[in-house]
Design a protein around this ligand. Sequence first.
Ligand code: NAI
Ligand code: MG
Length: 486
Amino acid sequence: MAKEKNNESWEYAPSLESTAHIQLKEKYDLFIDGKWVKPKSGKYFKSINPANEEVLAEVAHANESDVNLAVKAARKAYTNVWSKMAPTERAKYIYRIARLMHERAREFAVIETLDAGKTIRESRDVDVPLACNHFFYYAGWADKLEYAFPNRKFESLGVAGQIIPWNFPLLMAAWKIAPALATGNTVVLKPAETTPLTALKLAEIIEESGLPAGVVNIVTGYGDTGAAIVNHPDVNKIAFTGSTAVGKIIQKSIAGTHKKATLELGGKSANIIFDDAPIDQAVEGIVNGIFFNQGHVCCAGSRLFVQENVADKVIRKLKQRMESLYVGNPLDKNTDIGAINSKEQLEVINKFIQIGKNEGAEMYQTKCNLPKKGYYCSPTIFTNVAQSNVIAQEEIFGPVLTVQTFRTVDEVIQKANNSPYGLAAGVWTDKGSRIFNLTTKLRAGVVWANTYNKFDPTSPFGGYKESGFGREGGMHGLSGYVKLND
Ligand code: NAI
Ligand code: MG
């Protein structure tokens, strides 16, 4: 039942996803060598629900000795078991993990929403199904690697250290673990400090799957725990997704070592609307590109470029659509925009909003009532933005969009490429030839045509320039985990 709300949008009766079926422990230890072990550090930290600031669980804070144990376990499992196992057998374990995750999809979705603040619609429809599909997909590759590297000799690397962020916690764990296992490596994975819970639930599934002890180890902690993984001499590969600042630290730390790396870093991606685009679909694409997951998306379409002759129309329709977006409790199935992941991230976003105002850009924010407790941000757009403005150059990682106009194809290519980043782009036009022209000239790892933020395990993903290097997903995602010998 719906009733009318402050003349702009509709308010729906709440439709809360139940939390009755989830199982969370009060305290989580580290998952090392197939067992739950207390941290040598003796320390634990709290993971909270950013939607209401309530504590969800206490989680171990691993130090160097803990990481050392995890790497030792991973090395032993690599040498004695995993590297010797027939690929078809490896595939069965990966497949089993996918199946178990699939069976518990609802529990994973609810825990992800509680721990990260993202909407239940998204964790249910995007994060969890994609995470399952990554395991299913890479299970299929495990015994077909000779087709991925035809006429080449290849071998696994050994122990992979994997460090992931808080914006897609379970999905990023899947992106990292599935290809590493398929290619015969063992893993030490560290989830982000604000969102460790689904990785720990994944550890429970891994335990249940009977995966040999030590093949996957999950250690929780902060940046110091991540640094201990990066600097451990017996780690052969570092896979990192997170900020460009930490990506640079990692690159410096491993320079001159044998360690192989894949870095998936920030972005400031351009979403480009031409005058012949289907405008209503494009507006949905803009909303999906930047307000989806509260803008906590590395490939968010955070810079909008609209062809000048349709700019007024697009902006008017965009504002209208923004007014109907529902910001609030992420567990409510009606919610479009959930909670910002942490107090720190909300402060970062608010700082950029202030910078935008100071730079003289024109701000438009929707007039929604934000919940009193928890971390929330109204969808925000800035018009009258100059190319040199900080808000058009730096990654904000929140529901904040800058809008610029253009007249010609060459102009928009130049503007879109004028960024230290190069992760993704979107092009909206009716003309196929124009799409192909832009996809070859935009310096971005992914270019979506007449859509945005579409993901599939079979498609490679990764950046140019300061957005990092290496590809994850698809057949390309296997290369980061093997050594080619000829
Ligand atoms: P971050 O890069 O500090 O955190 C990502 C992961 O790296 C976490 O697991 C963290 O514990 C770990 N880490 C931190 N310092 C480390 C170090 N010295 N060595 C090894 N691991 C380390 O990102 P943060 O501070 O949470 O967010 C800051 C900004 O980064 C955001 O505002 C956003 O702009 C960007 N970001 C980009 C992401 C992406 O998907 N590309 C994801 C998350 C953040
Ligand atoms: Mg949390």
